[in-house]
Design a protein around this ligand. Structure first.
Ligand code: AR6
Length: 172
C-alpha cells in the first residue's frame, strides 16, 4: 500500500526519486513551478528538455534532475482550463497516469507532484485535487511507487489536499 501525503513547500527542495513539473507543450520553461524547477536544476535541464521536441497536453516526458535533490524530473503538460467541456478532466488525469507509468518504467519508489494546472492554467483547485488524488490512488500500486507527496506551495492548496487526504488514512 503506497503512502499519499500533502507536503507544504517548494518542490525543488524535495528529495524523492522524481519530481513532476507543470510544464507547457514546448518544454522550454516558463513561470510558476516550471520556472522554479529550471532555476534550481541549472541550464542543463533546458538542454535535456530540447531533445524531446515538445510534449502533448496530457502526456509527460522524463529528464534527469541535474542540480536538484530529485534524480529525475517528469515534465507533465496539464490542460489550460476553459469551461470544463474541453476534456480538461481527462487530460489532467492523463498527466498523473503518465507520470506513474514513467515511474514504473524507471523502477522508482517515490514521486512528488505539484498541483498541475491550478496556477497559470486556471483549473479549479478543488476539482483538480480530487482528480489528482483519485487518479494516483487508482494507479499507484501497479506502478510500484511506495510514497507520493502532493507538494502544496500555498496555504489554500495545502488545505484542500489535507482535507481530501486527511479524512481517510493517508494510504492508497
Ligand atoms: N513548488 C511547488 N509548487 C509550486 C511552486 C514550487 N516551487 N511554484 C508554484 N507552485 P503553475 P500550471 C504551484 O502556474 O497552472 C508555466 O509557465 C502553484 O502555486 O506553476 O500547470 C508553465 O510553463 C500552483 O499550485 O502551473 C506553463 O506555461 C501549481 O504549482 C504554465 O505555467 C501549478 O501552478 C503551467 O501552468
Amino acid at each position: 500500500m503506497a503512502e499519499l501525503k500533502a507536503t507544504p513547500g517548494d518542490i525543488t527542495r524535495i528529495a524523492v526519486d522524481a519530481i513532476v513539473n507543470a510544464a507547457n507543450t514546448t518544454l522550454l520553461g516558463g513561470g510558476g513551478v516550471d520556472g522554479a524547477i529550471h532555476r534550481a536544476a541549472g541550464p542543463e535541464l533546458l538542454a535535456a528538455c530540447r531533445i524531446h521536441k515538445g510534449c502533448a497536453t496530457g502526456d509527460a516526458k522524463c529528464t534527469p534532475g541535474f542540480r536538484l535533490p530529485a534524480k529525475w524530473v517528469f515534465h507533465a503538460v496539464g490542460p489550460v482550463w476553459r469551461d470544463g467541456t474541453h476534456h480538461e478532466d481527462e487530460l489532467l488525469a492523463s498527466c498523473y497516469r503518465h507520470c506513474l507509468d514513467l515511474a514504473r518504467e524507471h523502477g522508482l519508489r517515490s514521486i512528488a507532484f505539484p498541483a498541475i494546472s491550478t496556477g497559470i492554467y486556471g483549473f479549479p483547485l478543488d476539482r483538480a485535487a480530487d482528480i489528482a488524488i483519485r487518479t494516483v490512488r487508482e494507479h499507484v500500486d501497479a506502478s510500484g511507487v511506495e510514497r507520493v507527496e502532493f507538494v502544496c506551495f500555498d496555504r489554500q492548496t495545502l488545505a484542500v489536499y489535507t482535507h481530501l487526504l486527511g479524512n481517510e488514512p493517508q494510504t492508497s
